[in-house]
Design a protein around this ligand. Structure first.
Ligand SMILES: NC(=O)C1=CN([C@@H]2O[C@H](COP(=O)(O)OP(=O)(O)OC[C@H]3O[C@@H](n4cnc5c(N)ncnc54)[C@H](OP(=O)(O)O)[C@@H]3O)[C@@H](O)[C@H]2O)C=CC1
Ligand SMILES: O=C(O)[C@@H]1CCC=N1
Length: 258
């Protein structure tokens, strides 16, 4: 059984802890300075502690604190060369982390769906091991990218859930405005996004072919698609991704200047 310690059990670290607990086969230690954060993962973790020294007992340590406190946490950690440290802080270069620990370091960009084991993650080739691959497999889907692509991955799959939540809400609101019950509209909108995503992942057809499959001749969908094709909706999504990517680059520059 692999022993994984998660340092920082807020939104992302907490999702990691709960996802690993659901996957099974892991001993999970949750580490956070905030007792409320530990309370939030107490049901899922095998043990909780405020003492970061506990990370020395793990095979794999997940550093899930804010980029601004990563350096201070690393300063206190005294990991061994036979341990792997997964860093997931946005904009924090792998080399910055590797320079402060003896552990093998891999940088990943995960997302909140670690909790339901539907995570999309990007990982650097450098530092990836079979045990890291197994963890990422257990929490969803992952791709290996060159670290130069990490700012883009941060925007697409790290920030991406927020963009998808926004689109689901827009679909839900449209249903509510037209008279659907709010709870039912949320179920229909969210399940539609989930089903569409699953279809894209599993179906051999391209997205254009799938759109075509939904558009019956002279039917309803083509009327809605004409509105979308004539709009700037795709431009707005691109602009959101670009803005998040730019911020990831800015964060990285702050670390490169340290
Ligand atoms: N949120 C997301 O969807 C994603 C986040 N990330 C990355 O994950 C990291 C964490 O983000 P997020 O989970 O949103 O942040 P949160 O603030 O929700 O969680 C961070 C947690 O770390 C705790 N913490 C602070 N200092 C220490 C310390 N020295 N030792 C142990 N724990 C500490 C915080 O406690 P306190 O609140 O008391 O400070 C908090 O509970 C960031 O680097 C972010 O870039 C990556 C992908 C997606
Ligand atoms: O907003 C952020 O900075 C973090 C990184 C990706 C998702 N959340």
């Amino acid at each position: 059984m692999k022993h994984v310690s998660v340092i920082g059990c807020g939104n992302m670290g907490g999702a990691f802890v709960r996802g690993l607990a659901k996957a099974g086969g892991y001993r999970v230690t949750a580490i956070d300075l905030d007792p409320d954060a530990l309370e939030g993962v107490a049901d899922a973790a095998d043990e909780t502690t405020t003492d970061s020294a506990a990370a020395r007992d793990a095979d794999v340590v997940v550093l899930a604190v804010k980029p601004s406190v990563a350096a201070a946490v690393l300063d206190d950690l005294d990991l061994r060369a036979d341990q792997t440290l997964i860093t997931l802080a946005a904009g924090v270069p792998r080399e910055f982390v590797a320079a402060q620990t003896d552990a093998n370091v891999v940088r990943i960009m995960p997302n909140l769906a670690a909790e339901t084991r539907d995570m999309a993650a990007a990982a650097t080739q450098e530092g990836i091991t079979d045990e890291v691959r197994a963890i990422l497999d257990d929490l969803g889907e992952f791709v290996v990218v060159d670290e130069s692509k990490m700012d883009t991955a941060t925007a697409v799959n790290g920030s991406g859930p927020a963009f998808a939540f926004y689109l689901i809400e827009a679909m839900k609101d449209a249903g509510v405005d037209a008279g659907l019950d709010a709870e039912q509209a949320e179920t229909l909108a969210a399940q539609t996004f989930k089903g569409a995503a699953e279809t894209v992942l599993q179906d051999e057809r391209s997205v254009d072919e799938l759109i075509d499959a939904v558009c019956s001749p002279k039917g309803t969908t083509i009327e809605g698609m004409d509105v979308l094709w004539d709009s700037d909706a795709d431009e707005a999504v691109r602009a959101a991704v670009k803005a998040a990517e730019r911020r990831s680059r800015e964060l990285a520059e702050e670390f490169e200047n340290e």
